[in-house]
Design a protein around this ligand. Structure first.
Ligand code: G6P
Length: 369
């Protein structure tokens, strides 16, 4: 086992650090700077069905569901395709409206999650086409779906998902860009910018990982707190949810993720000097709004840890701690902003003496209801 950890103390840490490589693997052979630019295999005769889909329904659980939420922002923004993101466990017991012409995308690291499988069977009965975005090769979901793409993250051992999450987001990004291009929804110059920026993502993740020493310092400040709040907007709202999930899963600190603007409808009541608030403040379009959210937290003496774009000044002056990540095109920011949040939860859990790779009560793959 020590050998498999490759010199890292835990699988989770190894998997966090593997991300530059796993994302390069996920994009290899699928993305190029020349036509056809994006080529996802495994689609075959379903290419038309996917290109002409009236609607996507994304079904998933846990961290994969958070990747699905980012998918919703991506497909709607870049390809102008309506998307619904569903907890597979809810979808399967509702009487959902699923019709021919709908494409159901299942996101699953393991490919074995019982609720996701059951939701797919239901969608199949209703005539939808099934597309799997899966890590585990040959798994049940990979076999049940009509077409699909593996994310090529390699085995993920840590129960808390990290590299599978970024792999799923990268895959959905490639799909959204490609569909947007085919449907004429993305201006040519922007399309090319996104393609070349995706190529830069592995190196930028490498750079984002350099915040680790600083993260350890911040982790020391937070490790004895009872609660934490994560805020983000737009593409980074699901990242806030994912940051909170990572923290509660492995450190057992209660954490909530919220769209930053919703803070005033509830969580703001909880803010005092005991409450660390982790804010993802990289979004360009909602930047000013996030700045005012930070002011609201500071006015109530909350501790602000802000994830910002390199070189940012305004927020650095207001926040207690700022963590810098490289700049990128806005739809790609989740691939970078999640990195410090993964590291933060990891180091807090280690400092609290938790069993990081096998947290209590959780399973890597939930094959029962
Ligand atoms: C479990 C795991 C999570 C995972 C979720 C969905 O809860 O602990 O890390 O996100 O299942 O799993 P899947 O394999 O379908 O992505």
């Amino acid at each position: 086992e020590e050998l498999e950890k490759g010199g890292y103390e835990h699988f989770m840490l190894k998997e966090i650090h593997q991300q530059p490589q796993t994302l390069a693997d996920c994009m290899r052979g699928r993305l190029s700077l020349e036509a056809p630019y994006v080529k996802l295999g495994g689609v075959d005769e379903y290419e038309k069905t996917i290109s002409n889909a009236k609607r996507f329904i994304i079904a998933a659980c846990g961290t994969s569901w958070h990747a699905g939420l980012i998918g919703e922002y991506l497909f709607e923004d870049l390809a102008r395709i309506p998307v619904e993101v569903e907890y597979a466990s809810e979808l399967r017991y509702r009487n959902p409206i699923i019709q021919e012409g709908d494409v159901v995308i299942a996101l699953s690291q393991s490919g074995e999650t019982a609720d996701t499988l059951a939701a797919l069977e239901l969608a199949k009965d209703k005539g939808a086409m099934l597309y799997g975005v899966v890590n585990a090769v040959g798994s049940s979901i990979a076999r049940l779906t009509d077409a699909g793409s593996y994310i090529h993250a390699g085995p993920e051992i840590g129960v808390a998902s990290t590299k599978a999450f970024t792999g799923q987001v990268a895959l959905l990004t490639m799909m959204a860009i490609s569909l947007g291009y085919k449907r004429g929804r993305i201006p040519n110059s922007y399309f090319h910018k996104l393609i070349s920026e995706l190529h830069n993502i592995p190196a930028k993740i490498e750079r984002a990982l350099r915040c680790e020493e600083q993260i350890k310092y911040i982790a020391k400040e937070i490790k004895d707190r009872q609660n934490a709040l994560y805020l983000g907007r737009g593409f980074n709202f699901p990242v806030a949810l994912e940051g909170a999930l990572k923290l509660k899963e492995i450190s057992y600190i209660h954490a909530e993720g919220y769209p930053a603007a919703e803070m005033k409808h509830g969580p703001i009541a909880l803010i005092d000097e005991e409450m660390p608030v982790i804010v993802i403040a990289t979004n360009r379009s909602a930047y000013d709004k996030v700045v005012s959210n930070i002011q609201e937290v500071k006015a109530r003496k909350g501790m602000v840890i802000a994830v910002v774009t390199e070189g940012e000044k305004t927020i650095s002056e207001m926040a207690d701690y700022t963590i810098e990540i490289p700049d990128t095109e806005e739809p790609l920011t989740p691939l970078l902003s999640v990195i410090p949040l993964q590291l933060l939860s990891y180091h807090i859990a280690v400092m609290r003496g938790c069993n990081v790779d096998q947290p209590r009560n959780l399973a890597k793959s939930v094959t029962v209801e």
